[in-house]
Every structure is written in structure tokens, then in C-alpha cells.
Design a protein around this ligand. Structure first.
Ligand code: ZN
Length: 342
């Protein structure tokens, strides 16, 4: 099994984000990727560099105006006297069926829905290489590898078709699923990050060829607050093809694994031909976000259960923040996955 990784992803490094109305050190740091890469290589995965896939595939997942915005907004921001160091929003519409302003400040408010996505000089380039990483891993799987691990960073599952949020700019898991759809009629995305995968849900909400399933801490008191409820089931042709499984804060291994079984059964019933795992490791009991209480050995059991789907699988790194166990959690996941897969 290979790990796809590009060091260009590390250049995106805004030092602060806004949470509870105040600036804090940004937990989505390049050091996360360093530790995850060390864990992947110590497990024995061989490192490959992604190719540059350009922007064609990005346009299948995101709107054209969104991609133009993301590519150019940092440069445009520099013309605003007295503006913040990093691009940050200060006004939002009450919905997105509204006018689309030309103003940089207005467009930031339209596209950036929270304070955890500062845009710096290297953000666009790093986000593109994070996307290339996931796309490359999906091509490895289409090319015959049973599984491949995309060490994508910044993460992607909170980025919607038109929306930046939750440290996410381009939706890497959605891009991997889009590549797998080139050869597979039905693709499932299973999101095990502690936060609901609202961006991925948004992108595939009206589709019946990509099933989206997310297990996460109940949004009633946890980010992303507005999405991730059990009654969000899809719309139009996509009705019945989105499954949210909110879990009580502090849920541990046994209850998590029990809930996971219903997620896996839905994927079996869907007759998925290929799988993307949106691999957040922030459900761990030591993660700074403190949503759930999955243990390191719990990740091994979770991975083993997922592997028993026996599907071609792209593992796409999502969240998982600095704790002493971050690398161990990836190692445990890879061990559990490899011992049961194909
Ligand atoms: Zn997360």
C-alpha cells in the first residue's frame, strides 16, 4: 500500500483561527502532516508524489466562481487598506440564494462560512496539492491497487460546492469519489471524522450514485452545528442516499462500533463498488476537540470492520489534531485495515 504525499501542502500555515469569537493558535498545522507521514512510513507504506491534475476535476465538485474566488482572493485582499493579514469574513448572507457581489469583502462573506479558514498566500497552492494527493490516490486504486492512503492536508470534508469552512478549502474526499465514479457505478463515502462531513453531503446531496454516510459527534452542541442531523436524507434523486449517524458526546469504542455496523450495512445495501473513507482521527479520546472517546485500539477495530466491506478503498486524511497519540492512531488504523482487507 502506498501513501500519496506532497510537501507543497505544508506551505499553507496560517498561525491563528477564530473560535468562540477569539483568535487562537491554528490547530490545523503542518506538523500534523509530518507526524502522520512518519507513522505511515514506519508502518511500511511507500511514499509517492502526486501528479498535477490541473483544475478540470475540481470543477466537477466546486462551482466555477468558487474556484476563481479561492485562487485570487488573497491577492485581491492586499488592495484593501487596513485589512487583516489573512483573508477572514466579517459578514454573511442569511442564505446563498442571494446576490453575488463583486466586492472582495462581500465574496469572502458569501463563500467563507466560519472563522476557521484563514486564507494566506500559499493556501490555494497547498489546497490544490492536497486535492492532487486525493485524486492521485484514487487513480492508484482505479489502476488496481486494493487501497491507497492520501495524506491530504489541508483537509476537505467541510468544503461544499461553493463554501469554505472548518479548515477545508477543496473537498478531497469528494474528488476521490468523483475519480472512482469514472469506473464504478456506485461509490460510497464513509466519513468517520468526529465532525460531520457537511461539505461532502452538500456536494452529493441530490445524487443517487454516490452514497454519503457520516458518523460524528451530535451537532446539537458540536461543530458544524447546522448540519449532521439524522433527518438530512438527501433530496430529489438523492433522497435516501445520505445517512447521518450523530453520536452522543463522549461515545466510546463499543457504542461507536455498534453504530458503525449500521453504516456498513447501508453501504452493503447500496451495493457500493468502491469506497472512500474520510479518515478523520479526531474522534480519539485525546484529540483537542474532545467530541468522542475512541481509543487507539478502537481505531484498529473500526478499520478492521470497514475493511470487511472488501471494497477498493481510498483512505483520505481529514481531521485529527496534535496529541501524543496522533501517529499511533493512524498506525493502528492501517494495521486494522490491512489485516482484514481484500
Ligand atoms: Zn474533524
Amino acid at each position: 500500500m502506498k501513501v500519496v504525499f506532497s510537501a507543497r501542502q505544508l506551505r499553507h500555515a496560517p498561525d491563528v483561527f477564530v473560535s468562540s469569537g477569539a483568535e487562537h493558535p491554528n490547530p490545523e498545522s503542518p506538523e500534523r502532516a509530518d507526524r502522520l507521514l512518519a507513522a505511515a512510513t514506519s508502518y511500511g507504506l511507500s511514499v509517492v508524489e502526486p501528479e498535477d491534475y490541473g483544475t478540470d476535476l475540481l470543477a466537477e465538485v466546486h462551482s466555477a466562481r468558487y474556484l476563481t474566488f479561492l485562487e485570487h482572493i488573497f491577492d485581491r485582499w492586499q488592495y484593501i487598506a487596513g485589512a487583516s493579514r489573512h483573508v477572514m469574513p466579517n459578514i454573511h448572507p442569511d442564505g446563498r440564494n442571494c446576490g453575488y457581489p463583486k466586492s472582495a469583502v462581500g465574496q469572502v462573506g458569501f463563500h467563507v462560512y466560519d472563522g476557521s479558514c484563514p486564507i494566506a498566500a500559499d493556501t490555494w497552492d497547498s489546497a490544490c496539492w492536497s486535492a492532487n494527493t486525493a485524486i492521485h490516490a484514487a487513480h492508484e486504486v482505479l489502476g488496481g491497487s486494493p487501497a491507497c492512503y492520501a495524506l491530504s492536508r489541508p483537509p476537505g470534508h467541510h468544503a461544499g460546492r461553493d463554501l469554505v469552512g472548518g479548515f477545508c478549502y477543496l473537498n478531497n474526499s469528494a474528488l476521490a469519489a468523483t475519480v472512482l465514479r469514472q469506473r464504478h457505478a456506485r461509490v460510497a463515502v464513509l466519513d468517520i471524522d468526529v465532525h460531520h462531513g457537511n461539505g461532502t453531503q452538500d456536494i452529493f446531496y441530490a445524487r443517487d450514485d454516490v452514497l454519503t454516510v457520516s458518523l460524528h459527534a451530535d451537532p446539537v452542541r458540536f461543530y458544524p452545528f447546522f448540519w449532521g442531523y439524522a433527518d438530512e436524507c438527501g433530496t430529489g434523486a438523492g433522497e435516501g442516499f445520505n445517512l447521518n449517524i450523530p453520536l452522543a458526546r463522549g461515545t466510546g469504542d463499543d457504542d461507536y462500533l455498534h453504530a458503525l455496523q449500521s453504516a456498513l450495512q447501508r453501504i452493503r445495501d447500496f451495493r457500493a463498488e468502491a469506497l472512500v473513507v474520510a479518515l478523520g482521527l479526531d474522534a480519539h479520546e485525546s484529540d483537542p476537540f474532545q467530541g468522542l472517546k475512541v481509543s487507539t485500539s478502537g481505531f484498529k477495530r473500526i478499520a478492521g470492520a470497514i475493511a470487511e466491506l472488501h471494497l477498493p478503498t481510498v483512505l483520505v486524511q481529514e481531521g485529527g489534531y496534535l496529541s501524543d497519540e496522533l501517529g499511533e492512531n493512524l498506525y493502528a488504523f492501517l494495521r486494522g485495515f490491512r489485516s482484514h482487507h481484500l
